[in-house]
Design a protein around this ligand. Structure first.
Ligand code: NAD
Length: 285
């Protein structure tokens, strides 16, 4: 069976479209701007930050980083956050989480302007995703999966979709986005009794468990579409996903690799959200 790779073509197509949208905004005197707020220097935050900065630059979005020390006090953290939140030149805010243990994210989740909340940290945006409100911003990774399916013309309507993972960043919001497209969803997690059978039954399988190479060939049905959200370093120090790519690709009709899969689309979705945020903030408030 020939297997199609899903990934960088999507990011490329989104890039062309975003460049045009940014040009249109700039012609109206609006410079879309993302501020990344990073507390401390976690390696995975820094890696995502590099990718996000590069993507924003490619499409013409201004991207600035507010670096805060890991031992910052709660009051100072909230003050710094509010300053960015109130800055009319900033349209999108990305706060890296989890925060260091001494900080509580609750107050800033309640504080963030819903239109600046481009990665869905506030309860308002979560509610919008669950109610299907078009103005909500889904978490970028969950939406990246939808962008991939859409780009390759894979319609989830009526299909059996299994998502492995029930986090608020991927599994749960993705289930809502897929449900909106009329998919029949099963969500698996650590207490699922028959993970292999449930995965094998899926026409579309999304792996977002955060466990390297958890999904083996035996867990994938013939011709299934397999989307891998996981990001890990394998024993040789190379990037890999939640799917045992080399074996599973023999069985899947479409598969997303790691790297150059979902991750490449996630930062494009982030850029898209900043553009939408700039539009909302400059026209409706
Ligand atoms: P998480 O740890 O918050 O959630 C993992 C979920 O998977 C949990 O619901 C858990 O119940 C489930 N799970 C864990 N082990 C399981 C198992 N053996 N069987 C069944 N279910 C299991 O993780 P997350 O933040 O949702 O991230 C998941 C993965 O996606 C990680 O590898 C992360 O690095 C990656 N990620 C990628 C992107 C991207 O842009 N590509 C963005 C965010 C996260």
């Amino acid at each position: 069976m020939s297997t199609a790779m899903m990934g960088s073509d999507v990011a490329k197509a989104m890039k062309e479209h975003l460049i045009q949208e940014v040009i249109e905004l700039k012609e109206k005197g609006i410079e879309p701007c993302l501020t990344i707020i990073r507390v401390g220097n976690r390696e995975d935050d820094l890696a995502y930050e590099r990718g996000a900065k590069k993507r924003m630059e490619l499409v013409g979005i201004k991207c600035q980083v507010l670096e805060l020390p890991e031992n910052i006090h709660q009051a100072e953290f909230e003050e710094a956050f509010q300053k960015v939140n109130e800055d009319p030149k900033v349209h999108g805010i990305l706060l890296f989480r989890p925060l260091p243990g001494n900080l509580d994210e609750g107050p800033v989740k309640a504080m963030i302007h819903p239109f600046k909340d481009v990665d869905c940290m506030s309860d308002i945006n979560v509610a919008r995703i669950f109610s299907g409100d078009e103005k909500g911003f889904a978490p970028c990774t969950a939406e990246a999966v939808m962008e991939m399916l859409d780009y390759y013309g894979i319609d989830p309507k009526g299909k059996r979709v299994t998502i492995v993972g029930r986090s608020m960043v991927v599994g749960k919001p993705l289930s809502m986005l897929l449900l909106k497209k009329h998919a029949t969803i099963t969500i698996c997690h650590t207490r699922t009794e028959d993970l292999a059978g449930t995965c094998r039954n899926a026409e579309i399988l999304v792996a977002a468990a955060g466990k390297a190479k958890l999904i083996t060939k035996e867990m994938v049905g013939d011709g299934a579409v397999v989307v891998d959200v996981g990001i890990h370093l394998d024993e040789s120090g190379n990037l890999c996903g939640d799917v045992d790519f080399d074996a599973v690709k023999e069985r899947a009709s479409y598969i997303s690799p790691v790297p150059k899969g979902v991750g490449s689309v996630t930062t494009s979705v982030l850029a898209n959200h900043v553009v939408r945020a700039a539009r909302y903030l400059t026209t409706s408030c």
